[in-house]
Design a protein around this ligand. Structure first.
Ligand SMILES: [Zn+2]
Ligand SMILES: [Zn+2]
Length: 329
């Protein structure tokens, strides 16, 4: 999580050995380093309440003038909100910028998605072209992972997200070192070859950046057997700002089932469940119960109301107890 549980929501997912990350929600991101923010290639915004979207300004400020394409996803009305934000600034100097920077934004409707592009040098004016694609849960698919979404009810539409690795590649670091190689960026190319299911006989060249700058060639399969352990891909789910109603629960549980880690809001204690319902949020008990019913391996609660400052243990315990009860039921 970008912030402590009383802070703005945001889940930062960095990629190992790559200068890349994705983020779920863009609340206050000032706790992230500039270096980390610049790694972000895709932002998945649950909805555009300020606490989930105010960080876009910080991000744009840092990315201006750099070579970058940033992809954004959000719910119905997202393009209008984004365009409103972009039109809130004067952009008279950007046409002189040499490095191309652009935004690609997609809003998700129940059966389709709309995508528009905004180029910095054109003062972020929409190109006027809107691409339409069908939507059936999948937002992004790459060889190594995919991101899916479900549309939930928070009085306005709010997106829940799941990121799933295609396979999980554990690198055995000591075996890498035994080959005289370092644990470095070349492993990323190695992983890419596995994600893309390259032929086992392919000759793979490992270039190590250690003192000896060693180069070594292997059959892909031989190297895989030596240094990698392949297990099923991990699934991480992110659910925030949802009302506790049957319709939401029926959508959330199958969507997050089998997650290795669920991040789920728990704004209120169950003793304030009426307030939670009126404000379209979950209680800690409800969050724990959802986690248990879906059989997730681990879960983290966040987005606590400030009224529980100093009392967060109570929310944690409430969620844990509900999780255990629902899990064994
Ligand atoms: Zn909200
Ligand atoms: Zn919120």
């Amino acid at each position: 999580m970008v912030n402590a549980p009383f802070g703005d929501p945001g889940l930062f997912v960095p990629f190992c050995f790559e200068k890349r990350a994705i983020i779920f929600d863009l609340g206050d991101i000032s706790r992230l380093s500039t270096r980390d923010i610049l790694k972000i290639s895709h932002c998945f915004i649950s909805h555009t309440h300020m606490d989930h979207f105010i960080g876009l300004d910080t991000m744009l400020r840092l990315m201006l003038g750099r070579t970058k394409k940033l992809c954004l996803f959000g719910p119905e009305g997202f393009l209008e909100n984004l365009e409103g934000k972009l039109s809130g600034y004067s952009w008279d100097l950007v046409e002189k910028y040499e490095n191309p920077f652009s935004l690609q934004a997609t809003e998700v409707h129940p059966t389709h998605m709309l995508t528009r592009n905004y180029i910095c040098q054109n003062m972020f004016q929409s190109s006027g072209k809107t691409e339409r694609q069908s939507f059936d849960s999948l937002l992004l698919e790459e060889p190594s992972f995919s991101v899916s979404s479900v549309i939930l009810d928070h009085s306005i539409s709010c997106l829940g997200f799941v990121i799933k690795e295609a396979i999980h590649i554990n690198i055995k670091k000591t075996e890498v070192q035994k080959l005289g190689l370092d644990v470095g960026p070349w492993l990323n190319k190695f992983k890419k070859a596995l994600f893309e299911q390259k032929p086992p006989d392919m000759i793979f060249e490992a270039i190590s950046n250690n003192e000896k700058s060693r180069k070594a060639s292997f059959r892909l399969q031989d190297l895989t057997e030596k240094i990698a352990k392949i297990t099923p891909g991990q699934k991480i789910a992110y659910i925030t700002d949802v009302r506790y109603n049957e319709q939401n629960i029926e959508k959330i549980i199958p969507f997050i089932t089998g997650s290795d880690h669920l991040f789920i809001e728990a704004a209120f204690s169950d003793k304030h469940k009426d307030i939670a319902y009126a404000k379209n949020h979950l209680t800690a008990r409800q969050a724990g119960e959802i986690a248990g019913k879906a059989g997730v391996a681990r879960f983290t609660i966040f987005h606590f109301s400030p009224r529980y400052t100093g009392n967060e243990i109570m929310l944690q315990m409430e969620a844990e107890a509900a999780y255990r009860d629902a899990f064994t039921a």
